[in-house]
Every structure is written in structure tokens, then in C-alpha cells.
Design a protein around this ligand. Structure first.
Ligand code: ITT
Ligand code: NA
Length: 198
């Protein structure tokens, strides 16, 4: 059994692979279909962008497709980088560049004002079906130095609420239990099989 995920982000793909393996599914991603066109993320919200990715690829492949649009909302930055999280430091820049920019923007922001949330919207699309949409958030705050080797993106700077650890100091299993993506997947898990068959 295979699920197609419209992502080119291998950090996300690794997390989905682990979560779907528990349900007995393998995943495929955009890396398995190099001939597919790139879907421009022209939406103004996480949901619009997740819909664009899932619905475009579902129509092209004529099969069910899951997409994730996610990002980090920093309160002291008015919710930025938000939907621009992947390209905060510019198109095709590294996670390290995005993290450096985030630290720079928060240089003068005191600890108690460094609150933030990761957001994840998942859209499951299939030809001739209304899409299934779920979302979840994960609260934390932005540290002053990157810590931890696991995960991807902003994980080394994201200090998890209630734990004295960054998301990058959690194992993949621990992160999936509590993260924005893990929580959104739990919401999806209770709905998607009925949706697919319906
Ligand atoms: P796809 O659109 O191909 O899935 P992307 O990386 O461009 O990949 P998004 O537009 O959804 O995906 O941007 C999400 C960005 O938000 C991601 O690149 C990270 O910088 C950040 N992000 C999302 N979830 C994260 C997580 O669990 N840990 C760390 N950073 C995360
Ligand atoms: Na996006």
C-alpha cells in the first residue's frame, strides 16, 4: 500500500514515512516523479498552498495525494515567516541561512517575547472528491543558539513548550508524538480511510 505525498522536502518526507509505516503504508514523493511540473505556492494561506500542491498533483497523477503546507509563526515578528518559512532568507537558501536570519531579526527581543508556533495544514485530495483538510499548531519559543542534530528546518531553534529541549533534540519518534505535523496526522488518521472509500 502506497500514499503519494506532494512534497520535495525530505525532512517532511522522513516524518511522514515513519508515521505512515505504522499504518502499514509506504510513501512516494515528488522525488519519485521528476517529470512533474513545480507547483508555484501562490496562495496567501497555508490551506491555499496545501490545496494547490495536493489538488494539482492529484489531477495530474489521477490518484489520491497528500500535501503539507507548514511554517513557523513568530509572535514578535507579527507571525512571520509563516507561509514564507521555506524561503525566509531567499529562494533555495539552506535551513542554516533561514535560522541565521531568524536569530538576526530577534537579536534585541527578550526571552519572554520570543514565543512562536509551528503550524501545519494537511490537505488530502483525490480526483472528483472534495478535499479533506486538517490543521494543527505546536507552541514553543525561539532560542538564541541552535541546539540538536535531529529534524530539519527551524527545529534547532524551536524550544518546545514544557520541555527544556529544542525540536532538534527530540528523536523522530518523540517529535512525531507532539509536533504540529504529528497532531495534524492524528486528526487525519480518524478521517482519511472513510473519506477515500466514500
Ligand atoms: P514542499 O512544499 O515541497 O512540501 P517546503 O519546504 O517548500 O516543501 P513549505 O512551503 O510548507 O514546504 O515550507 C515549510 C517550511 O517551514 C520548511 O521548509 C521549514 O523551514 C519550516 N518547517 C515546517 N515544518 C517544520 C518542522 O517540523 N521543523 C522545522 N521546520 C519546519
Ligand atoms: Na509554503
Amino acid at each position: 500500500k502506497t500514499i503519494m505525498i506532494a512534497t520535495g522536502n525530505m525532512g517532511k518526507a522522513k516524518e511522514f514515512a515513519k508515521m505512515f509505516a505504522k499504518a502499514g503504508y509506504q510513501i512516494k514523493t515528488l522525488k519519485d516523479y521528476p517529470e512533474l511540473p513545480e507547483v508555484a505556492e501562490t496562495g496567501q494561506t497555508f490551506e491555499e498552498n496545501a490545496r494547490l500542491k495536493a489538488e494539482t498533483i492529484a489531477n495530474l497523477l489521477q490518484c489520491p495525494v497528500l500535501a503539507d503546507d507548514s511554517g513557523l509563526k513568530v509572535d514578535a515578528l507579527g507571525g512571520m515567516p509563516g507561509i514564507y518559512s521555506a524561503r525566509f532568507a531567499g529562494e533555495h537558501k539552506s535551513d542554516a541561512s533561514n535560522n541565521a536570519k531568524l536569530l538576526h531579526e530577534l537579536t534585541d527581543v527578550p526571552d519572554e517575547q520570543r514565543t512562536a508556533q509551528f503550524h501545519c495544514t494537511l490537505v488530502f485530495a483525490a480526483p472528483k472528491k472534495p478535499s479533506l483538510v486538517v490543521e494543527a499548531q505546536w507552541p514553543g519559543r525561539i532560542g538564541r543558539i541552535p541546539k540538536g542534530e535531529n529534524g530539519f528546518g527551524y527545529d534547532p531553534l524551536f524550544i518546545v513548550d514544557g520541555l527544556d529541549k529544542t525540536a532538534a533534540e527530540l528523536t523522530a519518534e518523540e517529535k512525531n508524538e507532539i509536533s504540529h505535523r504529528g497532531l495534524a496526522m492524528k486528526k487525519l488518521a480518524s478521517q482519511w480511510q472513510a473519506w477515500l472509500e466514500g
